[in-house]
Ligand binder design. Structure first.
Ligand code: TRP
Length: 330
């Protein structure tokens, strides 16, 4: 039997090149060799966003998925909020983890800092790793492809799995393995922070030709590289970071790096090259995206959710059986 993979995204915005390099490309590859589930984690998103905002992004996210080449015949798409079994499982798992353990989870800790919650952290937000453990185990995933920043969530899941099996003396739940993505998170065009839609420093998959060009020409390079003849720095230079991620002529790139460091290669030349590379990458995706209908995205998500739900129902049954939680059925 094919091994099962589960990944997910919060629908808080459309996807950008950072997602493409970090996870989408990988998922397109993985769908050929695994039973892949992709979850739109709208319940996780509403732990700190308005429902209205989250709802608006669901079909946009579906369009991003389909336009990069994820195939609904190979990948099952599902919507978290339409699978209430996930919420029920989350509730049972909450007793297997302490508040202080959740507060120490590095992923959560980081996000709490970024989001300036101070002392008003929603309990639901603090508990989202528990809900993520429910997602992963409900579909009996073998692997979860993640970036480095999400690794503590996998650890937390496996702790819950072990606790559950030990406490109820069962083998119902199985541990999951991460598949680490090689690429570090892509830097934003300002060179200051990682690319993100909310910071406005990301190239979106749905950006127009002109928007892509404007963003490439606004990229941070080396502020001390004033004349073409000046030696320039490659490290921390956003244009080179993007070329490294998206330009497949590695020998040519190496040559360009050397010439830039020596002096004699201008930013404009490099930005023109990067613009060309990104336009070629994104034009077919944008083209496909523009032909996708909301009704079609809705159907794909609906069908996938029904299929995924029956799997979660089976797991929930086993979970309750292991817990001996069955008062009315005895
Ligand atoms: N935490 C993920 C994010 O930040 C989304 C997510 C929810 C997820 N449940 C998941 C990822 C299960 C992998 C597996 O976007």
């Amino acid at each position: 039997m094919e091994k099962i993979i589960l990944t997910g995204d919060r629908p808080t915005g459309k996807l950008h090149l950072g997602h493409f390099a970090g996870s989408l490309q990988k998922r397109v590859e993985l769908q050929n060799n695994f039973e892949q589930y992709i979850m739109i984690a709208d319940l996780q998103a509403i732990t700190d966003n308005d429902v209205g905002v989250v709802k608006k992004n669901i079909l946009e996210l579906m369009k991003d998925y389909i336009s990069v080449g994820l195939d609904p015949h190979k990948t099952t798409f599902l919507l978290q909020s339409e699978i209430p079994e996930l919420t029920e499982i989350t509730f049972y798992y909450m007793n297997l983890v302490t508040v202080s353990r959740l507060e120490r989870n590095p992923t959560v800790k980081n996000e709490i800092q970024q989001k300036n919650f101070d002392n008003s952290i929603p309990a639901g937000f603090l508990c989202y790793p528990v809900s993520q453990a429910a997602d992963i185990t409900a579909f009996q995933a073998d692997y979860v492809p993640v970036g480095n920043d999400q690794l503590p969530l996998i650890e937390q899941t496996n702790e819950i799995v072990r606790k559950f099996n030990a406490k109820y003396n069962t083998h119902t739940l199985k541990e999951v393995e991460p598949i680490l993505s090689k690429t570090e998170r892509l830097v934003g065009i300002d060179g200051k922070a990682k690319a993100s839609k909310s910071l406005g420093n990301a190239i979106m998959l749905s950006d127009s030709e002109q928007e892509i060009k404007d963003k490439v020409f606004a990229m941070y390079t080396d502020p001390n590289h004033i004349h073409v003849s000046d030696p320039g720095r490659v490290e921390g230079n956003v244009v080179f970071e993007y070329l490294s991620a998206f330009y497949d002529k590695h020998d040519h790139l190496q040559e360009l790096k050397e010439n830039y460091q020596k002096g004699g290669l201008g930013d404009i030349y490099l930005k023109k090259l990067l613009n060309q590379v990104l336009q070629e990458l994104l034009a077919p995706i944008r083209e496909r995206r523009s032909k996708l209908e909301n009704s079609e995205m809705y159907s794909i998500l609906y069908e996938g959710t029904q299929k995924a739900r029956s799997k979660a129902q089976q797991t929930l049954k086993q979970i309750k059986k292991s817990m001996d939680l069955n008062f009315f059925s005895i």
